[in-house]
Design a protein around this ligand. Structure first.
Ligand SMILES: *Cc1c(COP(=O)(O)O)cnc(C)c1O
Length: 375
């Protein structure tokens, strides 16, 4: 397996292609195989299929190198989330983005109801308040841009404040992904991905990944994964690695189209608000420009009318797919408040648009007809 030490100078665009390959030798395979074995010959570090697997390791190698740490793959994004939340001591305090992913918010509510943790919600757009709330806390959990409000967090500012206070920091980097944003570079301790989304990129696999530079966290996360059993299947890991090979190209196409669509949505009579950090007047634009290598493939917008009008828009798209999830090659729309788990301060008509790699004019023609139909 190529290791990080061998390729430290390569750009992310190259790493997604060249990382995680078997060593070059005559007739060695170019791709890591799907290793379907629950047990391994005695004497090595793997030993059993719940501890490790060569197919996962190839994926972990690439994502770890991209993010700048050591990676562990999990059975899903939420499997990764749960393992990281297990690092919080009993009765510990978690400071979290008020608009974090609905599954993360729901899990934290359950843990708080059980008396396991205390939760403090903060707006990640306000780095000064995040710093104040971190006093006496155990974990700071941020997302940027947030799902689905598209708020941007100044990672360097909050990571520095948390570090001064001895608070562990986690960034859910699912929305931006490692091509556009590498939180460890900004001082974050643990980076997490729902690899189900853009890393795998084809809406055909569920998988999570955690990356950290801290050996103690790594060891504890590995132990949790092994003992809880939240391990990925080898075939899922292989699919994710296969998808990852084209991440750079997919991100390039999707975010170019996302900017075009955001600009056009902003002046559409059926749209009342747009959030996309690539728009010069977006509140997150300045920080995103400093912190990210692009603005990503996700756009949030609000339609005229109420929930029923926004649902009607989702029903009327034809090329675009009305479905949850994001980061795939196909463009998806969804009214987030259709989920009871979504936070009540997310507007009823907020549509999350995940831009895929189709032709942007075809996408606009479809969005425009569906929007015009609700006027
Ligand atoms: C989807 C998602 C998750 C959860 O990941 P799963 O793979 O669905 O378990 C976590 N965080 C964010 C930001 C997500 O979009």
């Amino acid at each position: 397996m190529s290791s990080r030490e061998n390729v430290p100078h390569l750009s992310p665009e190259t790493l997604v292609v060249s990382g995680g390959r078997p060593a070059k030798a005559p007739d060695a395979p170019v791709n890591v195989p799907v290793v379907l074995s629950s047990t391994f010959h005695a004497g090595g570090p793997v030993a059993y299929g719940r501890t490790s697997n060569p197919t996962w390791e190839a994926l972990e190698d690439v994502v770890g190198t991209l993010e700048g740490g050591r990676a562990l793959a999990f059975s899903s994004g939420m499997g990764a989330v749960s393992a990281v939340l297990d690092l919080v001591p009993n009765g510990g305090t978690v400071v979290v983005s008020s608009h974090s992913y609905s599954g993360v918010a729901a899990r934290l509510r359950d843990l708080e109801a059980d008396g396991r943790v205390v939760v403090k919600l903060v707006s990640v757009q306000d780095a000064a308040t995040v710093a104040t709330e971190c006093m006496g806390a155990d974990l700071l959990w941020v997302e940027t841009p947030t799902n689905p409000a598209m708020e941007v967090c100044d990672l360097a500012a909050v990571a520095a404040a948390a570090r001064r206070l001895g608070v562990m920091t986690v960034c859910d980097n699912t929305f931006a992904g490692p091509m556009l944003q590498r939180p460890i570079e900004h001082g974050i301790d643990v980076v997490l991905h729902s690899a189900t989304k853009s890393l795998a990129g084809h809406s055909d696999v569920l998988l999570g990944i955690v990356v950290t530079t801290d050996d103690a966290y790594y060891d504890r996360l590995l132990r949790t994964r092994t003992l809880v059993g939240s391990i990925p299947g080898p075939f899922e890991a292989w699919l994710a690695l296969r998808g990852l090979r084209t991440l750079a190209l997919r991100v390039k196409q999707s975010q170019a189209s996302a900017l075009q669509l955001a600009i056009r949505l902003a002046t559409h009579p059926a749209v009342t608000a747009v959030r996309y950090p690539g728009l010069p007047d977006d509140p997150g634009h300045e920080i995103a420009t400093r912190q990210m290598d692009g603005y990503g493939a996700l756009v949030a917008f609000e339609t005229v009318g109420g929930a029923a009008t926004a649902e009607a828009f989702c029903e009327r798209v034809e090329l675009v797919t009305h479905a949850t999830s994001l980061g795939g090659v196909e463009t998806l729309v969804e009214r987030r408040r259709r989920w009871p788990e979504e936070r009540p301060d997310i507007p009823e008509t907020l549509i999350r648009l995940s831009v895929g790699i189709e032709d942007v004019e075809d996408l606009w023609a479809d969005l425009d007809q569906a929007l015009t139909s609700i006027l």
